[in-house]
Design a binder for this molecule. Sequence first.
Ligand code: ADP
Ligand code: ZN
Ligand code: ZN
Length: 660
Amino acid sequence: MPVLRVALDLPLHRLFDYVAAEASPADVGRRVRVPFGRGEKIGVIVEVVAESDWPLAQLKEAGEILCDTAPLPDDFFALCAFASHYYQAALGEVILQALPGGLKRMAAPTRRNVRAPAPLAPKPAPELTTEQASAVAAVDPAGGFAVHLLHGVTGSGKTEVYLRLIDKALLAGRQVLLLVPEINLTPQLEERVRSRFVEAHVVSLHSELAEAARERNWRAAFSGEASIVLGTRLAIFTPMPRLGLIVIDEEHDPSFKQQDGMRYSARDIGVFRARQLGIPILLGSATPSLESWANARGGRYGMISLAQRANPEATLPTVRMVDTRRKTLKEGVSDPLIAAIRQRLERGEQSLVFLNRRGYAPVLACPACGWVSRCTRCAANMVLHLADRRLRCHHCGCEHRVPKACPTCGNQDIHPFGRGTQRLEGWLQEQFPEARVLRVDRDSVKSRKQWEAVLERIHGGEADILVGTQMLAKGHDFPKLTLVGVLGADSALFSADWRAPERLFAQLMQVAGRAGRAELKGEVLIQTEYPDHPLYAALVAHDYPGYAATLLKEREQAGFPPYSFQAMLRAEAPAMADAIAFLKAASLLPPVQEHEQVMIYDPIPMKMARLANLERGQLLAESFSRPALQAFLPRWREAIESIKAPSKLRWHIEVDPFEF
Ligand code: ADP
Ligand code: ZN
Ligand code: ZN
């Protein structure tokens, strides 16, 4: 009797065997209903074999094999197997997370008819600049596997390079996968793709799509009907039979890294997938990740540079420091910045004040007794949101009404301390009553519709002063925006997180890149107490390569990635002592002694030690050899699985960790 080896969505590193009288090897890659526990699950058939390791009599019988899609292909399984091995994630979880929800459920969702998107008027392609032309020429969709890093300053026309390469791939009859960090933030890109390729079937894949739409788009990609797939990180696993090119825009963006469940980097999986299929992959950014930059400098990736803005009228903005040690600040804003905003108002141009902290104030406090609005569930403060009079924890999401008096001493005179975008917005409105001030952050813009409306207002010149978080930093073209003021950036300069400077530099470079994208010259004012800091000096000089070299040298000296390879074991439990004891036990397991090239550090609490009522600890494993780390991890993981831990303790391994 044939035996099905089935992948199920469970955190267990094994497949599940079922007997199925009618099954044949042609069913590999199909979904199947199987009994599990007291219920039923949908799994994916990974193998059909003649015999099981278990006595046949103990195996349950599989239910219906679902034939509504073609079987998942070998390369899909190979990709999932790679991810499972590399990230120490259960194969079943990897396979099933790659499928849209509708394919994993028992009842088929009711289908609705969909309207095709309104046809767009085709937009002609601009003539390429010389730099763009050589960038396009450097990538050959028919030339086999290659990783290209496209380093282009903001406004250098990277998107146009993507579009030309997509065109080449389509002409060769191939499909293209274009990954972007957050689809909501890039409606302009989607429109540019659709209006360039009006004949092509373009689908998007991201977590905010309604389930039916996501399933439909996934099926179109999988059947080969869709030729362009525009997606976020989860789209990297989409099986595509004719895939010929992968493009990852803003490749440095942290959102390509999944931070819960299966923790993976879509960029790194993209590189593996390109290698597996023998196709090129293009990683684009104005501020590449140091990992990619080091790979390109070391010759492992091709390096393509766009040093000039594509629009010949547009030049890079002038970046200046405002030394706040010598200036009095009003509500955190310096006179030179106020004067610069006033000047823009007089000229009918737009300003953007960047403050990466939403809410009214980061904390509410009582000066009489020292009470502060701490989250009871996290090691963090509750942020004051005056707009809806709430205290809200940005980590666990819990919230309360703003108290009228201090909860400990009854003092009615409690104050907000520090400032966020809401407070800044209100204050700027008071200073410039005639101006239209528009705040753009995750509180004011929650849906894609709202986001499109906001972009329209900005483009239509219906806003004079924008107050925004990093939401506004990415990829937008606002022709009338000529001034960017940056507040509160210093706090990241001396962060204990060694990735913080890399992230800050990228963020400031991106936000500065919003200024002066058209004919009008742009200016960036950064308020700081450390005007001579090398990070700011590099911004003034628009010198990404120089600053990257500095950071890489520091990392090399400290033995940090990309000069070492890391994996983090994390444990969370109601009591920190339990988490630490578990990690300590993990650090003493036999594989740790047997793998000399892997170093294990002491268990420590995470920087944010408490989140949503759980205490979190971590243990770092590090090696100067990737193969050594990779050989160690599966053996370590198996050994950890046998540790007897308190029932409420949860643990996971994150390879190439981001958070500390
Ligand atoms: P990036 O993604 O590198 O920041 P974009 O692709 O958004 O840059 O291009 C910046 C601006 O330059 C856009 O307004 C775009 O329309 C324009 N642009 C791009 N390529 C050209 C070109 N070859 N000629 C003229 N304008 C161009
Ligand atoms: Zn008090
Ligand atoms: Zn909280």
